[in-house]
Design a protein around this ligand. Structure first.
Ligand code: PLP
Length: 474
């Protein structure tokens, strides 16, 4: 262990200090703080110099992995590079200093930005109107389902309480439907990974509120029968909800509105380049077709409050910093260049898939969009699992892909390279994946005991999630 791998509490030395604060000018007023709330002992803080603090945090950041550190092919998450100019713009003093309770007349620039961003998102998706209020993809799903519900209720169609969700869906889809008080009905996939339309037909009746789909679906496959699915669901009186977290490969190529979807959300923190992961700030704007405009939640950009509104899902009008970054990203690329993102993401995914399919099991061999799924190593006799491969990748400096999702296969490895990676980076990743497959055959224990050179090896992931230790005790 290097000296500075020690925790900052261990570096603490009585009396050492890295700051100087002005004298406490409120000393005589502390009497107004109720005695029960007053500190009786000195807080136990580490006593360290400024240089110790700087080194502590710099070394901690070195132990982390991010998009700025290396290739991050985490399927479904679209971990693409986020241009730094977005951060600079979001940090502009005029934008940083505004307050959500400011009178509208003083934030007209922000209102214009909201308007222009909504218009851009409408042009990109083919939806008539957007609310920018939701804070995340899942929050957008809930908002969209509230709109769906409100639409049926306002028509007096109270029987419609079931939502159809494919078995390959992202876990947030059934969760959002349940939170919205709707009943989830599962539609199966065919062996080729697309929705079983014959099964769907057996589920459609006058209790169906709608269907939730993502296209391309979680296997990265385009649902080519979407037109037929839209006719069937509309024919039974239901609405189509589009989970737009997978919009990246479609940018400038196909629009959900043209596919027949009535409501959708976008993950601005995936497709429109805001750093995410670790629960960072997001935005999940929801778009609707013209006939659903009046159901958009409050507060609204037009300041109107139609009776049919789906309610309030946030105090104010969304996560402004994230909206600003998405706006900067869209303007920076422009109408022409934004069309290149989707095809490049698709090309990169297919390149990696084709280069590895002799070493890894490819359950669905068709052309994919932005991502694809392997079902573990082609040679399963070695006992090396998907988890082992993922851990071994860390030794080689790559973030692991998404593992054990989707649940359709036992050894899922879900890879999404995104459009921002060079051919050299993709080739390096392919080399390492091939090398790991070789190691699995020749020296399986090496892979099973990986990672060998990361600061933390194999934590108990369940315990870490259930009983996180987030404080150093001393
Ligand atoms: C990421 C993702 C979501 C959820 O988005 P959050 O912002 O994490 O709530 C929903 N659906 C799909 C397909 C996703 O990839």
């Amino acid at each position: 262990m290097k000296y500075y791998d020690k925790l900052i509490f261990e570096l603490s030395k009585e009396g050492r200090c890295g700051y100087s604060l002005p004298d406490n000018m409120w000393e005589e007023n502390t009497g107004s703080i109720p005695s029960g709330l007053r500190r009786t002992s000195v807080p136990r803080l580490p006593q360290v110099s400024e240089v110790d603090v700087v080194r502590h945090y710099t070394n901690l950041s070195d132990m982390n992995f991010g998009v700025d550190t290396g290739f991050y092919p985490l399927g479904s998450c679209t971990m693409k590079y986020n241009p730094k100019i977005n951060e600079e713009i979001a940090g502009t003093a005029g934008f940083q200093g505004i307050h959500p309770l400011q009178p509208r007349s003083t934030v007209q620039g922000v209102m214009k930005l909201y308007n222009d961003l909504s218009a851009s998102l409408s042009a990109i998706t083919g939806m008539a109107a957007f609310t920018l209020n939701p804070f995340a993809g899942a929050h957008g799903e809930l908002t969209g389902l509230m709109i769906m519900r409100r639409y049926h209720i306002c028509r007096g169609d109270l029987k419609r309480t079931r939502v159809i969700v494919p078995d390959s869906a992202h876990g947030t889809n059934p969760a959002s439907a349940t939170v919205c008080g709707l009943e989830v009905v599962q539609v199966n996939s065919l062996p080729d990974g697309t929705i079983d339309v014959d099964h769907l037909k057996t589920l459609l009746d006058d209790t169906v509120a709608g269907i939730m789909m993502t296209n391309p679906n979680t296997l990265g496959l385009f649902e080519t029968r979407i037109g037929e699915i839209a006719d069937l669901v509309h024919g039974c009186g239901g609405l189509l909800y589009y989970d737009g977290a997978n919009m990246n490969p479609l940018l400038g190529v196909v629009r959900p509105g043209d596919m027949g979807f009535d409501i959708m959300h976008l993950n601005l923190h995936k497709t429109f380049s805001t750093p995410h992961g670790g629960g960072g700030p997001g935005a999940g704007p929801v778009g609707v077709a013209e006939r659903l405009r009046q159901y958009l939640p409050l507060p609204r950009m037009d300041g109107e409050e139609p009776e049919e509104n789906a309610g309030r899902i946030s105090g104010f009008m969304g996560n402004f910093g994230v909206l600003l970054k998405a706006y900067a990203y869209i303007l920076m690329l422009g109408r022409q260049n934004i069309r290149m993102a989707g095809p490049l993401a698709t090309l990169n995914a297919n390149y990696v898939k084709e280069s590895l399919k002799d070493c890894y099991m490819l359950p669905v061999p068709s052309v994919c969009k932005h991502e694809f799924v392997f079902d573990g190593l082609a040679d399963q006799s070695t006992g090396v699992t998907t988890l082992d491969v993922a851990k071994r990748l860390l030794d080689y400096g790559f973030h692991a892909p998404t593992v054990y999702f989707p649940l359709l296969f036992h050894q899922s490895i879900m890879i999404e390279p995104t459009e921002t990676e060079s051919k050299e980076t993709l080739d390096a990743f392919i080399d390492v994946m091939r090398k790991i497959a070789g190691e699995a055959a020749e020296d399986p224990d090496l892979v099973k005991s990986a990672p060998h050179n990361t600061p933390v090896r194999r934590p108990d992931e369940t315990a870490a999630a259930r009983h996180p230790v987030i404080r150093f005790q001393y």
